[in-house]
Design a protein around this ligand. Structure first.
Ligand code: SF4
Ligand code: SF4
Length: 194
């Protein structure tokens, strides 16, 4: 069973509820802290953590000798991560969501793949609880790949309790979880959403 504790707003007590549930749930419990911008489940659970895994995304780099400045990469990029003025083309790695669309449409094989580390995933144990959280690099805007990397750690045949991030990231976090515990708006009364 997978259970997400969710809210559209920070400060409603999700982490407190999620960690309390994990502590009460008995054996074969996994706690995923998906609030990668500000994870604080570890403050409540105090896990012993193993070596971190780096979360790497692929970013395009223009090979100027090959580029014909056709603009196809700029046109497909929904995130405005590529700009083109006449014969000057620039990639803004901080805006790139690593969708790889520009690589697919470039007719001249003029984009090279480079890597960028956006954060780390740390795993460990807090007593009988298996613990995972992500830490986004300071100043990093692109949280989704790291959030997905934490979610991938969910195990079958475990009770997985996920502390969801607030705001717009919450839907990405919860769309594969069938049971959710939601905190609406500023309220503190949880609502089950099945
Ligand atoms: S990988 Fe996707 S988001 Fe990044 S620059 Fe290319 S099209 Fe834009
Ligand atoms: S699609 Fe390829 S050739 Fe066209 S502007 Fe982008 S990098 Fe250059």
């Amino acid at each position: 069973m997978k259970l997400a504790v969710a809210s559209g707003k920070g400060g409603t007590g999700k982490t407190f509820v999620a960690t309390s549930l994990a502590l009460c749930a008995g054996r074969r419990v996994q706690f995923l802290d998906c609030d990668v911008e500000e994870p604080n489940g570890h403050i409540f659970l105090e896990p012993d953590l193993a070596e971190p895994e780096r979360c790497i995304v692929t970013i395009p780099k223009v090979i100027n000798d090959k580029c014909t400045f056709c603009g196809k990469c700029r046109d497909i990029c929904r995130f405005n991560a590529i700009i083109l003025f006449a014969e000057t083309i620039m990639v803004f790695p901080e805006l790139c969501h690593s969708c790889l669309g520009c690589f697919l449409v470039c007719p001249d094989d003029a984009l090279a793949r480079t890597e960028r580390e956006i954060g780390i995933v740390e795993s460990g144990r807090a007593g009988s609880i298996e613990f995972v959280h992500g830490r986004l690099r300071v100043g990093e805007a692109m949280a989704i790949p790291l959030l997905k990397a934490v979610k991938k750690k969910a195990k079958e045949n475990f009770l997985t309790i996920m502390d969801s991030p607030p705001r717009n990231l919450v839907s990405i976090c919860n769309n594969s979880f069938r049971r959710r515990l939601c905190f609406p708006g500023h309220g503190t009364d949880p609502v089950w959403s099945l």
